[in-house]
Design a protein around this ligand. Structure first.
Ligand code: SAM
Ligand code: SF4
Length: 331
């Protein structure tokens, strides 16, 4: 009989799924992708129907929050269908999205109509030229307009995600915080993670710890620790006189594994039990071999839980262990 809840060997309840709907993207952020990426052949990527099936199976198993990510989820053809179908699943408390914002203006009304209330938008700089350098293709103005349009469409809470690289955009930390405060947005700073080899910079030279960024922000703003929780790994701080939350995601300096409540499904349909671990279970193979067999899919997911490792290991002997890029796993 299929269990109705997902619990791993360490007693952690899995209630959060991050699903990547594509490995493709209209940007090539220097910390995320190489310039000449080879993307997956389309047949290897989950169809939208398969992605929807996986979301429904997880929801039936007790997952209450699903984040759609990529690559860039809004470049996936027909993605509105996935949002409206998954948004209609009753037991789901939250359907959300991480996007680079390039197509947000176009999709915001449909996202809001599907019940998406909170989204994450990646924005690493407010300097237009630097934005194009960091993303290799992007236009910052599209993203800022997308944020405005998402607010106007009724998306209630928007959080910026910023990756700070010491020799590139460290000077943008305070402008980004001030922009977030002025526009009633939340913001999280993510420590760069060693996922995939990038040619553009040495990761160690560019690394800025959350503690360092917090000290920098505290030179201008009075920060107090906040108990705000989104079910994610951010630790939040509040600025006096503002509702905005400032979060720090610190896979290097904080170990958030003990409270990990999530698993990921890649664009290829691999269930990853941990971002820092290569262990995976091929859900696409199960769906394609046994189409329509929801119970079998659910049992495969339940069985996989016992392989969720206790913690992540990004480095071994000081060398990055994980060779996947973030766009293939879904950030
Ligand atoms: N394309 C969407 C976006 O950029 O928001 C969603 C996918 S992206 C992989 C998700 C998040 O991962 C982004 O906020 C991005 O900044 C972050 N990211 C990508 N590569 C990273 C890395 N090596 N270390 C830390 N964060 C990374
Ligand atoms: Fe694309 Fe997001 Fe990766 Fe940037 S971080 S290259 S926007 S997937």
């Amino acid at each position: 009989m299929t269990s109705t809840r997902l619990t791993d060997a360490f007693g952690r309840q899995i209630t959060y799924l991050r699903l990547s709907v594509t490995d493709r993207c209209d940007y090539r952020c220097v910390y995320c992708m190489a310039e000449d990426m080879v993307f997956l052949p389309r047949a290897q990527v989950l169809s939208l129907e398969e992605s929807i099936e996986i979301c429904q199976a997880f929801a039936e198993l007790g997952v209450t929050k699903i984040r759609i990510t990529g690559g860039e989820p809004l470049v996936r053809n027909g993605i509105q269908t996935l949002f409206s179908e998954v948004g209609a699943v009753d037991s789901l408390r939250e359907l959300t999205l991480t996007t680079n914002g390039s197509r947000l203006s176009r999709f915001a009304p449909e996202l809001a109509a599907a019940g998406v209330k909170r989204i994450n938008v990646s924005l690493d700089t407010l300097d237009s030229a630097q934005f194009t350098e960091l993303t290799r293709f992007g236009k910052m103005e599209d993203v800022l307009q997308g944020i405005e349009d998402a607010k106007a469409a009724g998306i209630e809470r928007i959080k910026l995600n910023a990756v700070i690289l010491r020799n590139r955009n460290l000077d943008q930390v305070l402008p980004l915080v001030n922009y977030a405060l002025d526009h009633q947005l939340d913001i999280s700073f993510i420590e760069e993670m060693p996922l995939g080899e990038v040619t553009h910079h040495g990761r160690e030279d560019e690394f800025c710890s959350s503690a360092e960024l917090r000290e920098l922000i505290a030179t201008q703003h009075s920060l107090t620790p906040s108990d705000y929780q989104t079910g994610g790994p951010s630790r939040y701080w509040q600025v006096a006189g503002s509702d905005s939350q400032i979060g720090f995601i610190s896979p290097h300096s904080d170990n958030f594994c003990s409270s990990c409540n999530r698993v990921r499904v890649t664009a290829e349909g691999k269930l990853l039990l941990c971002l820092g671990n290569e262990n995976s279970v091929d859900l696409k193979a199960v769906i394609r071999r046994h189409p329509g067999d929801r119970e079998r899919l659910k049992q495969t997911i339940v069985d996989a839980m016992s392989n969720k490792p206790e913690k992540h290991y990004f480095y071994e002997d000081d060398a990055p262990q994980i060779v996947r890029f973030m766009n293939t796993t879904g950030g």
